[in-house]
Design a protein around this ligand. Structure first.
Ligand SMILES: [Zn+2]
Length: 372
């Protein structure tokens, strides 16, 4: 799986549909959500049918949508792929399929520019993580990006003969000073390896896995750039296999993500309290969205609530049935939250689905930081 980079997203974002609109299609293909391929095919069929109606007979877009349908029908290897981002414009010979190890919000956008918002949020939510494992003679350094190993380095500083196997268990060998000096030098080397790897492949967060009596010393040896990226200690042994290290790294990633979102929710709470550039509650957020004032949308995971959509102008509302935009009639919809997320993505807002954030739940499970 090719790792998607910010540069690749920027390059994509610069594309324009010169001869025809660009079709952007995100598919949640997470096998944990939809296990049977037949069910996934059906879901995509329904999605694309709606998109075809929207395409208004535009030949290039029709070709794009048919090609996407064929891609899904041909079968997908979903063992590592949980999300797909597809960008197509047959008239301009654009066809990019980006496989993602994380799920995305299923949708199709047909516009003269590609809809890269969700790709950006995937990158934002999955910053590269470094993991440094060490004991008294070994050190291993990994960098994971989007659940994939992108860099690794190993170091072995054999213990001095005298301290050998006995010394390793710190039973107070015959030469405690020699052993101590060796450990110190080894941890310094390990910190150096970590810094070299960081030079090769930047990571935003670093987790340390080392026995308790070494971890503090190892952290002290780290270059200040790395020390400020410390995001927690792991309990995996230095000999852990690749899968175990990745699982531990994913825990770090989830914790980092919760902290990042908690900061946003804090900002929201203060903005709402101050009555400036923040609003909470479904009705309030819908109003702000209708006025194109939303910068960051925050939603508690699993939140759903009924609401209304205008038949004439597509305006959303928490309370119907008369549209406040065009005075037309509104239709009741099962889940207004789903439409709010969709609309926010269409407006290129940053969308954050927050899991287990009690502060956001208290504020009505939805809120928005506003542009003004
Ligand atoms: Zn209306």
């Amino acid at each position: 799986m090719a790792v998607i980079t910010e540069a690749a997203i920027r390059e994509l974002a610069a594309r324009r549909g010169e001869r025809a609109p660009i079709t952007s299609c995100y598919l949640d293909v997470d096998g944990r959500r939809v296990a049977r391929h037949k069910d996934l095919e059906h879901e995509v069929e329904v999605l694309l049918k709606g998109a075809k109606a929207q395409a208004n007979g535009e030949a290039s877009v029709q070709t794009d949508l048919n090609r996407i349908e064929r891609l899904v029908r041909s079968g997908l290897d979903r063992s590592h792929v949980r999300g797909l981002a597809i960008f197509a414009c047959s008239a301009d010979e654009l066809w990019r399929v980006i496989e993602l190890p994380v799920p995305v919000h299923t949708r199709v956008v047909i516009n003269h520019v590609p809809a890269v918002g969700q790709l950006e949020s995937v990158l934002r939510e999955h910053e590269p993580i470094g993991v440094l494992l060490a004991d008294r003679q070994r050190a291993r350094m990994f960098v994971f990006e989007l659940g994939e190993l992108v860099e690794r380095s190993e170091l072995f500083d054999e213990l001095p003969r005298d301290t050998g196997a006995r010394g390793e268990r710190d039973r107070g060998g015959d030469h405690p000073h020699a052993s101590e000096a060796h450990t110190q030098a080894h941890l310094r080397n390990a910190a150096q390896v970590a810094f070299e790897v960081w030079g090769e492949h930047r990571f935003e967060h670093l987790a340390i896995a080392a026995p308790d009596h070494l971890a503090g010393q190892l952290e002290a040896e780290l270059h200040p750039y790395l020390r400020e990226r410390l995001s927690g200690r792991l309990t995996v042994p230095v000999t852990a296999n690749h899968g175990e290290v990745l699982a531990a790294a994913e825990e770090v990633e989830a914790a980092v993500e919760r902290r990042r979102q908690a900061k946003l929710v804090d900002r929201l709470r203060m903005a709402v309290a101050a009555g400036r550039r923040g609003t909470a509650g479904l009705a309030e957020v819908v109003d702000a969205l209708n006025e194109h004032r939303v910068d960051v949308l925050l939603v508690s995971k699993g939140f759903a609530a009924p609401g209304w959509r205008c038949r004439g102008c597509d305006r959303l509302a928490a309370i119907g049935r008369r549209c406040r935009g065009c005075s037309g009639e509104m239709d009741e919809i099962d889940d207004l939250v789903e439409d709010v997320v969709e609309e926010a993505l269409a407006q290129a807002c940053q969308v954050e689905i927050c899991a287990g954030n009690a502060d956001l739940d208290v504020m009505g499970r939805i809120g928005a930081l506003l542009r003004y």
